[in-house]
Design a protein around this ligand. Structure first.
Ligand code: AMP
Ligand code: MG
Length: 410
């Protein structure tokens, strides 16, 4: 048996960062930027108003108070997107909307709330009372204050989140070069499996693994290629694996334990190079890794919970590495255990738990029976409590590390 770390290191040593592609920016969400993005423009492009109000010369407002306002002549109005024809001269003001370019001659904006506009009946306004003195530059957004022309805005290697997609858009950039997403082929194996939409004969079960795994692939940014079900015959498995050869990675489920009909490992041994079979962890002990004609292959266990957990621990980091990401691990937190856990056979346990926060502390409670076929206990969990190999039991009230699958609490 090998450790979780050794297994992960092995898997990662076989997967490479993929090549680049140019995508419309919205499609780049979650991808890693593969170019340095410099700004061709100032953002904002011109000085503009941060408020609805009056564009003025600050010096004209000196001494203004609610009881003795300064009165300025209103010579016009500027809307967002328009350039004012009028200049602001001594003792005059232009009515201005948020985002509108600051007119010539003005250096500040007095917001509506600091004028007597609300009290005035006449429209259009010919005069406005300023109730508060403003410093120069008040409520003015300077040209280039967010991004200056020529500035390196997003360096290569940046993970594109919604805010980065917005920054790219603010530069007018329609497409970006990013590391492409891996295509991950998914093959379920087993004579007992029935495809969705079919009636369920005696002795059979629906193929759930293909769907939980494909959903995980999608969630972490890959493109799932669902190959369906291969029967427990070497020829069927080999044939289906051929369909996957243009993918970037292949994930199979089941067929890697010691049962007579567990054939994935035999097919692998014939077609490729097999690396290891058992990892010192629970659930999910039987796991195969190999290369089939240059394609990394991860043979996940058949049990639905084991398949999902081994995906999290080994397939997810591989997908992230292929996408060019550097941070490959999920966050772990410290929590206080509210249910006991026994570790009888010296493996690292990943126990399904619901973590909740009270004040500044986290509490973790198991989500019920931990059989590796009980998928609903995975569905009720938001984290995996980690019990180290050398810890025989965790008692209530003890502190544990929890690998967080989700941050939602309940
Ligand atoms: P195996 O690895 O073939 O011994 O399978 C272990 C367990 O996982 C058995 O109970 C299988 O019926 C179950 N299993 C295997 N593949 C799937 C699948 N695609 N969907 C749901 N359960 C599965
Ligand atoms: Mg089987």
């Amino acid at each position: 048996m090998i450790s979780v770390e050794e297994a992960l290191e092995k898997v990662l040593s076989y997967v490479k960062v993929l090549d680049r592609e140019e995508n419309p920016i919205l499609q780049c969400l979650g991808q890693v930027l593969d170019e340095d993005v410099y700004s061709p423009i100032d953002v904002p492009p011109r000085d503009n108003s941060a408020m609805d109000g009056y564009a003025v010369k600050a010096e004209d407002t000196v001494g203004a108070t609610p009881s003795s306002p300064v009165y300025l002549d209103v010579t016009g109005e500027v809307k967002a997107g328009a350039i004012a024809e009028e200049e602001v001269g001594a003792l005059t003001a232009l009515r201005i909307m948020t985002g509108a370019p600051l007119p010539k001659g003005a250096d500040s904006v007095v917001q509506f709330e600091d004028t007597d506009e609300a009290l005035r009946r006449e429209r259009p306004l010919l005069q406005i009372g300023i109730l508060h003195q403003v410093p120069k530059g008040q409520n003015v957004r300077r040209a280039g204050e967010d991004i200056a022309r020529g500035q390196l805005v997003l360096p290569q290697g940046t993970v594109l989140r919604p805010s980065e997609i917005g920054v790219l858009a603010s530069l007018g950039k329609e497409t970006a070069w990013v590391i492409r997403r891996p295509v991950v082929a998914i093959l379920a194996t087993g004579d007992e499996l029935v495809a969705l939409g079919q009636p369920l004969p005696e002795g059979k079960i629906y193929n759930s693994n293909s769907f939980s795994i494909a959903a995980q692939v999608l969630r972490y940014g890959g493109i799932p290629q669902v190959l369906g079900i291969a029967r427990d015959h070497a020829r069927d498995i080999a044939g289906k694996i051929k369909e996957a050869l243009s993918a970037d990675m292949i994930l199979t489920s089941a067929g890697v334990s010691m049962g007579d009909y567990d054939l994935v490992k035999d097919v692998l041994a014939k077609q490729g190079e097999v690396s290891f079979w058992t990892v010192r962890m629970k659930p999910g002990k039987p796991l195969a890794f190999g290369m089939i004609k240059g394609l990394p292959h991860l043979g996940l266990p058949g049990n639905p919970v084991s398949a999902m957990i081994t995906f999290e621990l080994f397939a997810r980091p591989a997908i992230l590495k292929m996408m060019g990401k550097k941070n490959l691990s999920k966050p772990t937190i410290e929590a206080i255990m509210e249910s006991p856990i026994e570790n009888t056979d010296g493996r690292r346990i990943f126990a399904r738990a619901m973590v909740r926060r009270e004040g500044d502390r986290y509490f973790a409670r198991l989500t019920g029976p931990q059989g590796s076929g009980i998928l609903t206990s995975m569905s009720r969990a938001n984290g995996l409590v980690i019990v180290p190999e050398d810890v025989k039991e965790v008692r209530e009230g003890e502190s544990v590390k929890v690998l967080m699958l989700d941050w939602s609490e309940e």
